[in-house]
Structures are given as C-alpha cells and as structure tokens.
Write a protein that binds this ligand. Sequence first.
Ligand SMILES: Nc1ncnc2c1ncn2[C@@H]1O[C@H](COP(=O)(O)OP(=O)(O)OP(=O)(O)O)[C@@H](O)[C@H]1O
Length: 253
Amino acid sequence: MTDALNIENLFVRYGRVDVVQDVSIRVAQGESYALVGESGSGKSTILRAVVGMAPDWRGQIHLDGTARGDIGQGAFARHCQMVFQDPYASLHPRRTVDATLSEPLRIHGIGDRATRVVEMMQAVGLDPRYRFRFPHQLSGGQRQRVAIARALMLDPKLLLLDEPTSALDVSVQAEILNLLVRLRDERGLTYVLVTHSLPVVSFLCDRLGVLHKGQLVEEGDVGLLQTGDFRETYSQELYAASLGAGDRVRHAG
Ligand SMILES: Nc1ncnc2c1ncn2[C@@H]1O[C@H](COP(=O)(O)OP(=O)(O)OP(=O)(O)O)[C@@H](O)[C@H]1O
C-alpha cells in the first residue's frame, strides 16, 4: 500500500542555516508516528514543510503517492490538516465555534453546514449548546476539541499534531489523548505527532523518530519506550531524562 506520507531527503533552511538536514520518514496508512527531540531540533519545522509553511525547503514530500507540489491547496486541505499546540492562539478570538467549524465547509462549497457542525461537535465530545460561544468562553480542553473538530471538518486522512496536549492542564491532557485515539479508530486516521512527552508517544503512537540538531538519528518501534533499548547515545539520554515523567498519561486509556 502507498505510504500516507513519504518524506525523502528533506532539508529546510532559515536564513543560512539548514534547521532540518536530510531527513527521510515514511508513515504507513493508519500508522501513528511520533517525532521527538529537544527544543529547537526541527520537529515542528518538518510538519510546517509538509503543510507548506516552510518557505525554503528541498527534497521530496509525497502524500498518498502524490508529490506535494502536484496537490492543489484545496485538495491538500481535504487530505491533511494540522492541529497546533495552543488552541487559544490557533482559534480566531472573535469567531464562534459555529463560525470556526463552518468556515472550511463554506470555502469548499459543502452544504448542510449547521448539521455537519453539530455532528462534529458531538464527535469530539463538545456539547452543541456551546455552538455560539467564543474561544474565551471555553475551557482549554474545550478549545482544543474545537481545534480538532476544525481539522476534521473536511474529513482528512492525515493529521499532523504539533504538541496537541502540552498547553493543557494535566487532568485534561488524558481526555484529549483518549479523544485522539477514538477519532483515529473511528475514522482510520494517520497521525504524525510532534511532542516532548515520551509517555504521550507510548500512549498514542506505533513508531517514533528521534531528531537531533535537524537530523533523524534513530527510528524505532514504540516498544523501545518500554525497554529503553535505544542505539544512539542521544536517544538514550532523551529517554533517561523522561523517565518517571507522566505515568498518568501512559495509563490514560
Ligand atoms: N520562522 C523562523 N525563522 C528563523 N528560524 C526559525 C524559524 N522557525 C524555527 N526556526 C529555527 O529552526 C530551528 C528548529 O525549530 P523548530 O520549531 O522546528 O524546533 P522544535 O524541535 O519543534 O522545537 P520545540 O520543541 O521547541 O517546538 C530552531 O533553531 C528555530 O530557532
């Protein structure tokens, strides 16, 4: 089967610096893949290159076997969406939930918007009576549910999740992780997740890639997080630093 996402020899440059260097990643259909690594290692930049938010990149990016450059903006939005870390920053402060969720439908000429908005609110566990609320009238967890709902409005197959729970209270993180697992199972989604949290990777992902200074230094099955059997010193250090942090999340299911 064609990979959901195939990144080959990706370089991304800001100014004169290659912040991503020769990275190749394949993510199978239905797989959940995590990118981990310290702050500034280039994790988010890789996601940004996939969605077209990195101005200067080279290499090959294929989605479902089609080159990124051959996919128009509309088709891309129907295929792949990104969820950002901070739902407060990513939602428009003067748009109600209804306006936020209707917008992609309007842009793509999809009718029956009120019904679809209510159905999606229910699918992400948001009470439809919040439909005409603004972001500041919602909790952090509810806002992230809106952001996830917005990402799903066009029924994409690939979701890029950039630290989707790290801006949330610990008590709410597990709820959002459970929601992401349920939505993935119900909709056959493929996830690429960027996170600092190895417990989140254990909970949500099948495979992980370790990024260090813009390079992918190691890839492996998520079982590595049980054994700690990493090959590279950098991965071992990252693993050791995370030990003991977040059993709560690991058992969120
Ligand atoms: N718009 C930009 N202009 C210049 N440099 C940038 C820009 N965005 C990111 N960088 C640099 O690129 C490098 C990689 O950043 P990136 O955000 O991808 O790292 P990250 O691994 O996702 O970090 P974090 O975990 O802190 O989000 C960093 O050195 C960062 O300073």
